[in-house]
Structures are given as structure tokens and as C-alpha cells.
Ligand binder design. Structure first.
Ligand code: KG4
Ligand code: ZN
Length: 315
């Protein structure tokens, strides 16, 4: 079963063809992020105009592979409305032309399926999934591909947003996650103390706005033009952002017995986080997407989610 996935929820235009939810046969993506670097964020109408430009180019590339597909999967929500319309219009037109069904997929469900791309490990439930990106910070207890409970979510900023806003305070470029991670390589993660959010409070929720404020206060007392000080601040801030994740994970693992832990979303690319999560999960295998391009937004995960959610019957 080959599914052609289409993803256009933010700045990216992406098409992928995935076999049985796991084997990526074709993966194409164009990003318009460069256009928005100066603005510090995506401008919705401009993003959609770029997607109109990129979509026919990518579609041509995908169809020229001559890979047969049995269905189409497209991101339905959440995302920028005008951008989502570009994807959905393309999907429905292609569905009519090729006489195949079109499935509407939730973007978050896509991220949850990204961990299976180009892998063959045995999938066992229940799974604890940390979905961490610029827009969401979620902890799921999943009993099946499309069944589960949201144990915790952010009360304010998402972790990726905390990386992005922190980078902005430090004069580093957008997106902030990779920039902070790069600068942190030469720093000491224990140089500066940051608070652990929601300590002693019940539940498994997240809160990142306090850490961002703490960073602003730390920066106010230092000369961050000094390269070593900047590296130490980056390493300490990155460590604090990750500590909050592992604190919640540790608590969740004490409450729920699970077969696997999955780490997905753009922030799953962070090496410091991966290490900390692995150290927290002493008796449970941890999986994250096999490639960086499967952590950040992509169309392969949308095709994968459609397959695993079994929204269709095999003809
Ligand atoms: O999943 P994604 O591509 O888009 C959303 O759905 O939001 O995630 C983008 C987020 C950005 O906030 C970016 O700073 C963060 O992922 N990110 C990282 C890293 N690479 C991307 N954060 C920390 N470390 C990284 N290496
Ligand atoms: Zn995303």
C-alpha cells in the first residue's frame, strides 16, 4: 500500500510517497523559511503564495518517479488556513485525476507516526510519546496508533518557542533550536541555574514562559557578547529546557508501565535532549525519527499516519 502524502501547514511545501507507513520511496520538500528570517516568523499570505509556486514543481518531481500510489493523505489541521488550502486543493484534484481516495490527517497525528519512517523495529503499545515542536509540547499515553490520552500539554509557550524566543534574546538567528544547540556545544550546562517549572504541582503539564523570563534576567547581569559566556548561557538554558521534559517523563514512567518511549517533532532533533531522555528511560527502549527531516515538518509522516490510522480498506 503506497500513500502519497502532502503537507503544507506552515512554511513548507512537501510531498512524499510511503510504502506501508514505513518505507519512504520519495521525499520532496521546499521551505520558504529563508524569506521570513528577517521578519522572525512566517507571514501567512506570503507562505501560501510560495506554496502555490513550489507545489507544481514538487508534484511534477513526485509524478516523474512513476511510483504508483493507492491513496492520498493531506494535512487537514492545525496550521495556517491559506497554506492548508493549497495542500487540500492539490490533494482533491489529484484524487479525482488518479481515481484514488483522499484522507484528511491531523498534523499532530503525523508527527506521532514520524518515528516509524525508514525503520523496522517491532511496534509495541502502550507508548509514551513526547511531541515537541515550535507549536506544541505534548505527552501522550497511546494504546494504539490512533487511541490514547493526552497526559500533559503546555500551559503557555511550547518548548520550540522557548528555544526560538531564547535565541532572539541572545541575538542568535531563527529557528533558535539549532542555533542554541550549536552555541551550547562549547558551553558548561551547569554554569547558570534555572528553575524547574511546575515543581510540586500535580499533573504532567508543561510551562516554558518562566524559563524564558529567567533567561532574560540572567542575560541582564552578563556580557553575552563574550563568546564563552554566551556558550555557557546557551548550554545552561538548553539543559534547563530539557530538564523540564525529563522531569515530566520520569514522573509519567512511575505512573504508567509502557513498552516504548517515542520522541517526535522538531525539538526531537536536539542531541542533548535525546541523551537526557535515554538516561531517564533505563528499562524502556526509546525511539526518535531516523532522519532530521522526519523530525521537522514533512509529508512522509502524513502518509505514515494515514496508513497506521487505517482510514481506508485495501482494495
Ligand atoms: O516540528 P517543527 O518543524 O514545526 C512545528 O510544527 O512547529 O518544529 C520546529 C521547532 C522550532 O521551534 C525549532 O527551533 C525547533 O523545532 N528545533 C530544535 C532543533 N531543531 C529544530 N530545537 C532544539 N534543538 C534542535 N536541534
Ligand atoms: Zn509540526
Amino acid at each position: 500500500m503506497n500513500i502519497l502524502g502532502i503537507e503544507t501547514s506552515c512554511d513548507e511545501t512537501a510531498i512524499s510517497i510511503v510504502q506501508d507507513g514505513r518505507t519512504v520511496l520519495y521525499n520532496g520538500l521546499r521551505s520558504s523559511m529563508k524569506e521570513f528570517l528577517e521578519a522572525g516568523g512566517v507571514i501567512p499570505e506570503q507562505a501560501a503564495r510560495k506554496q502555490l509556486e513550489y507545489m507544481p514543481v514538487l508534484l511534477k518531481e513526485a509524478l516523474e518517479t512513476d511510483i504508483h500510489f493507492d491513496a492520498i493523505a493531506v494535512t487537514e489541521s492545525p496550521g495556517l488556513q491559506s497554506s492548508l488550502l493549497v495542500g487540500r486543493t492539490t490533494a482533491h484534484t489529484l484524487g479525482v485525476v488518479h481515481n484514488v481516495p483522499v484522507f484528511l490527517i491531523n498534523h499532530t497525528q503525523g508527527h506521532l507516526a514520524s518515528v516509524f519512517l525508514d525503520t523496522d523495529f517491532t511496534i509495541e503499545f502502550p507508548v509514551l510519546t513526547l511531541s515537541l515542536s515550535g507549536g506544541h509540547t505534548e505527552l501522550w499515553l497511546r494504546t494504539g496508533h490512533s487511541e490514547g490520552t493526552l497526559l500533559g500539554t503546555t500551559q503557555d509557550d511550547a518548548i520550540g518557542e522557548a528555544f526560538d524566543k531564547g535565541a532572539n534574546l541572545l541575538g542568535l538567528p531563527y529557528p533558535g533550536g539549532p542555533a542554541i544547540a550549536h552555541c551550547a556545544q562549547n558551553g558548561n550546562p551547569l554554569a547558570y541555574q534555572f528553575p524547574l517549572p511546575l515543581q510540586g504541582k500535580p499533573g504532567l503539564h508543561f510551562s516554558y514562559s518562566g524559563l524564558k523570563t529567567a533567561l532574560r534576567n540572567v542575560i541582564a547581569t552578563l556580557n553575552v557578547q563574550n563568546e564563552q559566556i554566551k556558550a555557557d548561557v546557551c548550554a545552561s538554558y538548553e539543559h534547563a529546557l530539557c530538564n523540564h521534559i525529563t522531569d515530566r517523563l520520569h514522573k509519567a514512567l512511575k505512573q504508567h508501565s509502557v513498552a516504548q518511549v517515542h520522541l517526535v517533532g522538531g525539538v526531537a532533533a536536539n542531541k542533548h535532549l535525546r541523551l537526557q531522555v535515554q538516561q531517564t528511560c533505563t528499562n524502556v527502549p526509546v525511539y526518535w525519527p531516523t532522519k532530521l527531516e522526519y523530525c521537522t515538518d514533512n509529508a512522509a509522516m502524513i502518509a505514515g499516519a494515514a496508513y497506521f490510522n487505517k482510514q481506508f480498506t485495501v482494495p
